[in-house]
Write a protein that binds this ligand. Sequence first.
Ligand code: CAO
Length: 439
Amino acid sequence: MIRKDQAMDIKLPFLGDGVASATVLCVLVAVGDTVQKDQTILELETDKAVAPIPAPAAGTVTQILTKVGDTVTTGTWVLTLSGSDAGAPAATAAPGIERVEPVQETSKTGQRPLVAPAGGFGHYVSASGVEAPASPTVRRIVEQTGLDLSRVLGTASGGRITLDDLRQYVSHLQYLAFQKPAESGAAVSTAQSQPAAAPLPDFSKWGEIEIKPISSLRKKIGEKMVQNWHAVPHVTQFGEADITDLMALRKQHVAAYEKKGIKLTVTVLILKAVVAALKEHPVFNASFDDIAQSLIYKHYIHLGVAVDTEAGLMVPVIRDVDKKSIAEISEDLNAVAEKARKRQISLDDLQGGSFTVSNLGGLGAGPFTPIVNTPDTAILGLSKGQSRAVFQDGKVVERIILPVSVSYDHRVIDGADGARFMQTLINTLQAFPDAWVKG
Ligand code: CAO
């Protein structure tokens, strides 16, 4: 709560691992509004999720420093509340937002902490041709250090650049310089290595056209795909599993599960088999740290599952799948898929996956090459399992065949590892233990 005589500057906290920025989707308050603690004041669209931002305290909105469409980062000052409650100190913060200086991280050099970028950055554009207003002290520092004043956005009246604006600008540069590649480096190097997009021809010369802007979620998906595609040397290996017996097992148990309100889909059974393969081949559940040149093996299995939503692809995470029964995995999958489709998924639900599964089989898809979802080292693609005539023991028999594909980071996984992983997965699917379904 804020004391009556105090104002609270609301700044965004750490947005999450690998989430470098977010887009303001909705500003749900106006100047003069009274808000309650935990009331949603903003909605941010981050990497694949819409994250509601709650008010850390009750108060009256006196300033709003952001608008729909703004790109914000950890530390961005978004609004100011003045006190309407008495008592507790202003620094009391709710989860998700806090009144503190921008979040600090330790730099790789172990020297100074890195200060995440705060608000107020931009490019000063002079309409009159006159330089940005700034005090003599600011001008002297800029002259001595060779900084470009036109890149600093002044926050004082008339856009005047204060010493604090300059300090924040330098922190921002430092932060960008020392960020981990997952946060900015890969994106930067991708941007550098990518040729600028060529201007498109005027398609309307050849017929009627319609131009629709893409959503910020679509933009984020695109950025992440480009980053993944450029950062990882991909190999995709294809295989086929005979799931005839697995489908029979499913049929045998589907009604019993249904009675418990659980939909026993093939995806859930496959997730269980994936766990067995990951346990036997832990590099597929690891992350490669390119900077430290090391592999991070995780002693947990959190599976990201690609979910097709109206807004686009989302990858919510089911935690500790190795410790869960099929019924529990099914409940979790349904819960996160539904939340993703209703866009009620939290950032937390989208983070911390250690391996990803993308099942396009329910949509009738044939074999495809999934893109590794960094920082994972591998991803499994599932296509449609269907009946096929198979030559077996000198006879042609009808079997249900599931095409599977595994894409992996060839820097740390060799083709032979890929073949072994695929074989374990296929063997598990083909000799699926009854006990797993009964249990
Ligand atoms: N082969 C054959 N049948 C399959 C199958 C497969 N690979 N995968 C699912 N099915 C079946 C299911 O068993 C279910 O059968 P019934 O109707 O007989 O019960 C039916 O298809 C529909 O399944 P579902 O999609 O409702 O549920 P699910 O648990 O199998 O899948 C989920 C959940 C979230 C994976 C899925 O709904 C989805 O969103 N898939 C798309 C993923 C995607 O977009 N990937 C691309 C990422 S890259 O752009």
